[in-house]
Design a protein around this ligand. Sequence first.
Ligand code: HPA
Length: 265
Amino acid sequence: MTAETIAAYIRDKAGHEPVKIGLVLGSGLGHLAEEVEGVSIPYTDLGGFPHAGVSGHNPKLVIGNLEGVRVAVFGGRAHYYEKGDPAAMRCPLEVLKALGAEQLILTNAAGSLRADIPPGDLMLLSDHIAFTGLNPLIGETTDARFVAMGDAHDADLRARLKAAAEAVGEPLAEGVYAWFSGPSFETPAEIRAAKVLGADAVGMSTVPEIILSRFLGLRVAAISTITNMGAGLSDEALSHEHTKIMAPRGAAKLERILREMLRNL
Ligand code: HPA
């Protein structure tokens, strides 16, 4: 199915009003999808959307209103490590664009490399490093593939998120996110290497979606909820269980910031 066909199916169910902004919810951050007044469609009904293995229980797309703004909330994402496809989120993002959105906020769980950004805190991405060396546009044949990434993390959206964080009194750090393929966590040596290269946090998602967003002409910004210190930086044992337990601690803060940002959009 093409993105336009899927978008037409969604419009049929959820109405024709254009979507203003998309939100992709990361591990342990799915609660916001329940708060949207609107129509919920399981990914399994949307051919071309990632199905098996996608993070988030019963992943679904919710179209509706949040703080008076028409949103599309993606309650689950596909990761490169699931099937080895860095473009796994291309179809959902193409559909978002076809529904009229021009903006996107990505969220994720990440490990921190900075003692002053401890677990439970949030970090707005100022930039990123594709440590994997992978790119979701490999295989794309048009010249549109040569996407400029100098301003990939949208200045206006970041300013709005920072202003919203300040308005609700939630600290919001800023830093560089390094994308590792996963699914194994990093080694302590990899964490030290990432730090030397200028990373402030590490994770297994988001960067391919930022590249795809810029390719599609969506303005994009991303926020990490810090669930742990990077490998070797603390005594805690890393596990997905730990990520899922810790992510909701940042999720409430993240929700307050996102709601405030939407109120002022
Ligand atoms: N590394 C990679 N991905 C992660 C981490 C981490 O330490 N924590 C949460 N997601």
